[in-house]
Design a protein around this ligand. Sequence first.
Ligand code: ADP
Length: 469
Amino acid sequence: MLYKILPNLSNIQFNHFNSLKIRLTFGIALLSALGLGSVALWMNWKMENLLMTTHKQTVNYVANRFPHDVEIYSEMVSLEMGIQKTINNLSDHKNIYWFQDNNKKIIAKSLIFSPQLTTINNINSIPKVINIDNQYWIICGMPLNINNKLLGHLYIAQNISNEKVLFAHLINSLTIANIMAITIMIIAIVLYISYSLKPLEKICTVAENISADKLKEVSINFHNTPNEVKKLAESLEKMLIRLGESWENQQQLLSNVSHELRTPLTIVSGYLQSTLRRGDNLTSIQKEALSVAVSEADRTVQLLEDLLDLARADNGNIQMKMEIIIVNDLIREIIAIAEQYSGRKINLTEENCDIKIKVDQNRFKQICLNLIDNAIKYSSKDTEIDIKLKRNKSAIIEIIDRGIGIPLALQNKIFERFYRVDEARNRQTGGTGLGLAIVKTLVSTMDGKITLISQPEKGSIFTLTFPSI
Ligand code: ADP
């Protein structure tokens, strides 16, 4: 189970890390933290250096003065007393001195003295920092020569605990200030990146939502955006305009060709039909050939008419004469027409009230006839076709057949142009594969909606929904 989850998890994390916003934020946060750490380390080192330098200066001063003072005092008192007096003179609360003779015995020391200091080994002339009971000391030692005679070693310890504490406070405050500055900077950067990337999101939305007929109307106007994004937006806009022009040309060509072909083909069909009607002296083979020619010509005329409708809809030139109609009456009329040409029985179920909608009457008829025609074509003769009229907030018209049905995966596709579920099987039923595409376009032009519920071998329910009045 875990191995199934883990790849998904890593996928999610990887996808997140692919985001420019997260990468930049993470990168900046990491660099800032590294920078902050380095500054803290550098300051610590610098501070210790500073203290060492001060200490060295004190040591130098003492090294020069101590033997001289001892000499002066020893003229008046004993040597040991002289050393003690000199130490007393130099000592203060921060600087502690002690003197050990050549046998390591402490001969003189400051009044304030920390005995642990004498336990430290290897004290020499190079100052070093040590920690005794949370007190920090810089400590060093030097030989004491008087009259060219080595008397012992003088040790100097300077308490730097206060400086250390002060410095730690300083570093803490600096760290807090830096963390706050980095947080504010990260928030500002995230906001700025989001703001800068907004045009890209806008471009995506435009690209996702634009319809073929609106290609030329798109205007991606970006003020105050980075030049690179602006350039991308401008290129996209130019590309959409070019696409829009070629789409318009294509639609124009389609519309012209359909229009030019429809008239002569209608005439051809008319002549063929009249020849067939009057052709008493025609052989059965000739009659069959003529009827095939008539049906193919009619099919092609229908195809051209469908194409013209779609081209008009795409160009926004479809004319709608919107009027309020009573659906119940119109549906009864439509059922009568369908029953007459198909010879099939169509049952109507309606509620006991008139349902009014605002549509173009002819286009509404075209929609219903198209759906009923499909119900007839894709169901066997012995099955029933039902039409149900309902009304809740909207007017609902259901066209129900018990025919071959449509697999779930293809239910969206059948509304696409020229899509037919089974080309070989559908060829026998005639049709062009444009009917449902036109139905969908007409329905949405009249503010309606079409939905489908279908199950293979059980049948289909096409539902039209229009705002009721
Ligand atoms: P056609 O001219 O082929 O009927 P349509 O656009 O009207 O074109 O329908 C597209 C395809 O959807 C049809 O070819 C058919 O396969 C399927 N179809 C449409 N209506 C039904 C239905 N009531 N039952 C089963 N299949 C249908």
